[in-house]
Design a protein around this ligand. Structure first.
Ligand code: HEC
Ligand code: HEC
Ligand code: HEC
Ligand SMILES: [Ca+2]
Ligand SMILES: [Ca+2]
Length: 262
């Protein structure tokens, strides 16, 4: 039971109760956009999933949306596909539930001495980078046949498959290959299809709604430390994005993906 709570409203208009000590973190770290009931829906309007239109462009969840991802379906942070059920808040475990359980509210950093707080339950964590070695999930989420890689790597594998699916889809369905870089413009016209942004290759312009949905989820997961803030929700969003792209283009494979429940 959290004794002292405050209501915070997310961009998707969902309201959640959070510990007062964390309300400020939530206010700034809820991003600018929800995956549904926001600007993306307005831009898309009645445009068919595989159609192009002047109004379409990438909508960015904004990298600060850690609180949204942490709340999962309670905040609708991601683009949630119809008919699918999504994980709620990642409650993790006793003593590591809230933002300030892990982050120092003054420096915001996870101070290294705090690592015992993790190794207590995750014996494999001895130093900071070891966080990326934790694996609690049993499933081969990314379908690469490796069930001993860390949860960080499973999600990384899913990000790569989403990227691959977006590229294949964009070539066939939008007639211009999409490229991804981790700085502005983030999505570019990869005219020569070499994966790198070359002279004259500007912002991506040939969006379809199906691509916008997957790109939104990709960006959200990529920029929110998803493996620690809500791995199940993150994996669900990416797997559904890949399957949705594959459903409209037979050259895209969704083989082996294991959607986690919960
Ligand atoms: C007034 C708005 C605001 C509030 C309140 C706020 N943050 Fe942030 N936070 C930011 C911004 C903006 C950045 C990005 C800074 C940057 O990119 O240099 C950030 C960055 C961070 C980072 C990354 C730091 C790093 O070095 O990479 C963490 C972790 C973080 N915030 C956690 C928290 C927590 C936990 C709380 C609540 C105790 C909180 N923040 C409250 C705006 C805020
Ligand atoms: C279980 C501990 C834990 C909890 C709870 C937690 N965080 Fe984090 N957070 C981390 C770790 C570990 C990282 C570093 C992730 C990495 O290196 O990729 C991190 C990274 C971040 C970052 C930087 C993200 C990036 O990739 O640049 C922000 C911002 C942040 N946390 C905010 C929050 C907010 C807001 C909350 C509450 C909603 C929260 N965290 C709850 C452990 C936690
Ligand atoms: C009280 C025990 C406990 C503590 C303390 C704890 N964890 Fe966890 N952690 C768990 C459990 C249990 C799970 C699996 C939760 C689930 O799947 O619902 C988990 C899952 C995770 C995961 C996701 C991996 C996966 O496969 O689901 C990460 C990353 C993680 N913890 C990081 C941390 C960090 C960082 C800290 C220290 C700040 C920490 N944990 C402290 C018990 C703990
Ligand atoms: Ca795997
Ligand atoms: Ca290029």
């Amino acid at each position: 039971m959290i004794a002292n709570t405050t209501a915070v409203t997310f961009p998707s208009q969902m309201e959640v109760e959070v510990a007062s000590a964390n309300a400020s973190c939530f206010t700034c770290h809820q991003g600018m956009e929800g995956g549904i009931n926001g600007r993306m829906d307005n831009l898309i309007g009645t445009t068919g999933l595989d159609e192009k239109a002047e109004s379409l462009r990438a909508v960015d969840p904004h990298y600060l949306n850690v609180a949204g991802l942490n709340m999962g379906s309670e905040s609708n942070a991601g683009y949630q596909y119809e008919g699918k059920v999504y994980a709620a808040r990642f409650e993790h475990a006793n003593s590591v539930e809230t933002c300030t359980d892990c982050h120092d509210p003054h420096t915001l950093h996870l101070a290294d001495p705090g690592i015992e707080k993790c190794s207590m339950c995750h014996a494999e964590v001895v130093s900071w980078p070891d966080l990326k070695k934790i694996r609690r999930t049993k499933a081969d989420l990314d379908g690469d046949g490796n069930t001993s890689e860390s949860t960080f790597d499973e999600i990384d594998g899913l990000l790569k498959r989403t990227e691959e699916a977006l590229k294949l889809y964009s070539k066939d369905n939008a007639d211009a290959q999409i490229g991804i870089v981790d700085h502005y413009p983030y999505w570019f016209m990869d005219a020569n299809g070499n994966g790198a942004q070359d002279e004259g290759e500007g912002s991506y312009k040939d969006w379809t709604p199906r691509m916008m949905h997957a790109a939104f989820n990709y960006k959200l997961v990529k920029t929110t430390g998803a493996f620690v803030h809500n791995p199940v929700y993150a994996a669900q969003l990416l797997i559904d994005s890949i399957e949705d792209l594959a459903s409209s283009n037979p050259s895209i494979s969704a083989d082996g993906l294991k959607r986690p429940e919960g």
